[in-house]
Design a protein around this ligand. Structure first.
Ligand code: CP
Ligand code: NVA
Length: 304
């Protein structure tokens, strides 16, 4: 049966670990110059309603390195842009290609495509989640702290956005504690927090960023202005001004702490240039790991 990855929890705990260990293995082999044609003649269609650097390029290179092919699909160049229904597009594409990756404004668009396609559908970022990012991030955290992340403290500072929601869901499987500090009104999705807690995840909310960061092993932040919120820029920059991950804040974290950002970053807003460039920063590693994690995910979805 086809499997979609619309949310982090669409993978079982076992599948989540399998993808991560395959990602680590593919990464090791690639560094030794070994690339394997695991997906010959498979084609990934990539629909992007919004801009992308990492997701687009890492998926395209990933398919190439696995012996397959990726096609970039701009909705404005397709009949989708002229009003053809998403469900009709899903059914037509299912006859040509092997899987669909979609980055959309609305999470419901990803769900709708998944419902109507007969091939696997991968969420490449929606307003609610960014599961591919989080697979790469957990791989990055494991590279620093080892495979067993239970009890690790992961602080999220800033906007309780799509990346934050997927991070929270990943804690159901990793067992790390998520410590969140956002301005009022910018908390993560309540249903996602409840779901994670119902699975036994430990999610703590703090009023002040310093409280969340105190003794944390990981400090994660993301833009204050996600794609689609550009109109609110002026207001958001004010609301979030106390939520910048700067050198002062990092002093509160554990001595060994790493700093994460899914990129693109806005230096001087959610993160300072100094912190981005510090020894603690693993942001480039995260971006690299998108390639390995997504290759593993594609293998998982397209070889079963
Ligand atoms: N982190 C991330 O998804 O980056 P892009 O928007 O460049 O794909
Ligand atoms: N939260 C950001 C992530 C970009 C990769 C956004 O949705 O724009």
């Amino acid at each position: 049966m086809k499997k979609d990855i619309v949310s982090v929890l669409d993978l079982t705990k076992e599948e989540f670990s399998e993808v991560l260990s395959l990602a680590a293995d593919l990464k090791r082999k690639r560094k030794e110059g070994i690339l394997m044609d695991i997906l010959p003649k498979k084609v990934l269609g990539m629909i992007f309603e919004k801009a992308s650097t990492r997701t687009r390029i890492s998926f395209e290179v990933g398919m190439f390195e696995l012996g397959g092919h990726a096609i970039f699909l701009n909705p404005n160049d397709m009949q989708l842009g002229r009003g053809e229904e998403i469900k009709d597009t899903a059914r037509v594409l299912s006859n040509y290609i092997s899987a669909i990756m979609i980055r959309s404004f609305k999470h419901s668009t990803v769900e709708e495509i998944a419902r109507h396609a007969t091939i696997p559908v991968i969420n490449g970022l929606s307003d609610l989640e960014h599961p591919c990012q989080i697979l790469a991030d957990v791989l990055t955290i494991q590279e620093k702290f080892g495979d067993d992340l239970k009890g690790l403290k992961v602080a999220w500072i800033g906007d309780g956005n799509n990346v934050c929601n997927s991070l929270i869901l990943s804690s159901v499987y990793t067992g790390f504690e998520v410590r969140i500090s956002t301005p009022k009104g910018y908390e993560p999705d309540m249903d996602i927090m409840k779901t994670a807690e119902n699975y036994g995840a430990v999610i703590k909310v703090f009023e002040k960023p310093e409280e969340a960061v105190k003794d944390s092993d990981v400090v994660y932040t993301d833009t204050w202005i996600s794609m689609g919120s550009e109109d609110e820029k002026e207001m958001r920059v004010k609301v979030f001004s106390a939520y910048s991950v700067n050198e002062e804040l990092m002093k509160k974290a554990s001595e060994n702490a790493i700093v994460m950002h899914c990129l693109p970053a806005h230096r001087g807003e959610e993160i300072t240039d100094g912190v981005m460039e510090s020894e603690q920063s693993v942001v480039w590693r995260q971006a690299e790991n998108r390639l390995h994690a997504q290759k593993a995910l594609l293998v998982k979805l397209l070889t079963q």
